[in-house]
Design a protein around this ligand. Sequence first.
Ligand code: HEC
Length: 177
Amino acid sequence: NYLTLPVLFLMLSNHYPLAFGTEFNWVIASLVFIIGVLIRHYFNSVHARKGNPTWTWMAALVLFIVIIWLSTAPKVLTGEPKESASAQVYVASAHFPAVRDTVLGRCSMCHAAEPVYEGIYHAPKGVMLDTDADIANHAREIYLQAGRSHAMPPANVSQITDTERALLVAWFEGAGK
Ligand code: HEC
């Protein structure tokens, strides 16, 4: 039936976030559906001996290219900043030395290859925050977990101050400006 192919694709796409990790999910899902209909139309025509409508393959191909484009180009379309090369701007920030002191003092007793915090034996969730590169690469998570929210440190066990949280926010939001 008409649904088999699109449904198959939608199921597979769970495993390939590239196709669906964009804001154009619904456009992509609709295009996938139309491709399914086109392919189905092709086979129906061939089996009914009503000719060989190769235009359906061309149309499906064009739609497929549009899907690829939508799933790789969304950053351009939505004006989101590029993620690559960003780690560098966090280290280059004038706030970085103070941020590093804060993170080393308040986070890395747990978030290290060999945590020293009582009862913690591995870096929680694999998040290590004990080198410049680690801190820069986790800038966004640090900002969200400890700057904009009070999720980290848990129950504020390491007594991060509001001034330090504000520093993390200023660092992340100001980086690269
Ligand atoms: C007492 C140990 C401890 C300290 C100190 C600590 N964390 Fe954590 N952190 C944890 C634990 C435990 C988890 C896992 C929580 C969970 O499973 O939901 C975690 C998770 C995280 C995560 C991953 C969150 C996610 O859900 O993906 C980030 C990012 C993080 N911490 C950042 C920080 C930052 C930044 C600091 C310092 C301001 C900090 N943590 C201080 C124990 C700690």
